[in-house]
Design a binder for this molecule. Structure first.
Ligand SMILES: *Cc1c(COP(=O)(O)O)cnc(C)c1O
Length: 224
C-alpha cells in the first residue's frame, strides 16, 4: 500500500469506530491504541505519519527497543502485556503513559514498592479475566471491585484509572458480548474510573457497543 492508500484504509477503520460509538451516544469518545507488537519501527512511523499517536507493546523489551528507536517522535506508549516482577524496573524506566495489565495483588504490592523507591506514579488499569479463561491473566470478576479498592487504598503510587479485559476467545458473539458486559458492569461500579479498555481487531465494534472507551488494535491497524 502507498501512504495514500494506507490513509484511506485507516480512515475506514476510524469510520467503523465512529459508527459503533454513535450507537452508544454522541458523547461517547473512543481512543484507539495501535498495538505494534507484530510491527517494526518503520511500520509505526508510517502510522504516525497519518495521525496515530498512541501505541502499545506487550513485551517490556520490545517497548524499550521501539520507544528508544522512535524517541524523536511525540508518541504515547502503552504497555498491554503481562508484567513479570523482575521487569518492573525496566518498565518504569520507560515511564509508559498507561499500564493495562495489573493482574494480581502481589504484583500491585511489588509495583508500589518500586514506584515509591523511584518516587514516581504510574497510570494503571486493573485487568479482569471476564471470560474466566485459564489461558488469561487478570482478576476474576467477583474479586475485581475489592481488589480495585484495596489497591487504591494501599498503593498510593499506583494511579488506577479503570479496567482492561480481553474478550472471550471464541467465535460465539454472544459469549464475547457477555464477557464485555461483565467488564463494563464492573467498570461502571468503580469510583472515579475513566478508562474501560476492551476490544481488539476482531471484536472492537462489539466492545464499543458494550461501553469500551479504549480499543487496542493490532493486526488490523498494521494491515497484517
Ligand atoms: C496483541 C494484543 C492486542 C491486539 O490484538 P489484535 O487482535 O492484533 O488487534 C490487544 N491487546 C493485547 C493485550 C494484546 O496482547
Amino acid at each position: 500500500m502507498t501512504q495514500e492508500e494506507y490513509k484511506i484504509y485507516i480512515d475506514d477503520i476510524v469510520r467503523r469506530v465512529e459508527s459503533a460509538r454513535l450507537k452508544v451516544s454522541d458523547y461517547h469518545i473512543v481512543k484507539i491504541v495501535a498495538i505494534s507488537k507484530y510491527s517494526t519501527s518503520a511500520d509505526i512511523e508510517k502510522l504516525y505519519g497519518i495521525g496515530q499517536r498512541a501505541f502499545g507493546e506487550n513485551k517490556v523489551q520490545d517497548l524499550k527497543a521501539k520507544s528508544n528507536e522512535l524517541e524523536e517522535l511525540p508518541l504515547e506508549w502503552h504497555f498491554v502485556g503481562n508484567l513479570q516482577k523482575n521487569k518492573i524496573n525496566n518498565l518504569l524506566d520507560i515511564n509508559p503513559a498507561l499500564f493495562h495489565g495489573l493482574d494480581s495483588l502481589d504484583l500491585a504490592y511489588e509495583l508500589q514498592k518500586k514506584l515509591e523507591l523511584k518516587d514516581m506514579t504510574l497510570d494503571t488499569l486493573l485487568q479482569i479475566n471476564s471470560a474466566r479463561e485459564d489461558s488469561k491473566h487478570g482478576f476474576m470478576p467477583e474479586d475485581a471491585s475489592d481488589a480495585y479498592a484495596k489497591i487504591k487504598k494501599e498503593c498510593p503510587n499506583i494511579n488506577l484509572k479503570g479496567v482492561m479485559s480481553i474478550g472471550a476467545h471464541t467465535q460465539d458473539r454472544d459469549i464475547i458480548k457477555k464477557s464485555f458486559k461483565t467488564t463494563y458492569e464492573i467498570y461502571k461500579s468503580l469510583n472515579e474510573a475513566t478508562i474501560c479498555s476492551m476490544g481488539m481487531s476482531g471484536d472492537f465494534e462489539l466492545a464499543i457497543e458494550c461501553g469500551s472507551n479504549m480499543i487496542r488494535l493490532g493486526s488490523i491497524m498494521f494491515n497484517k
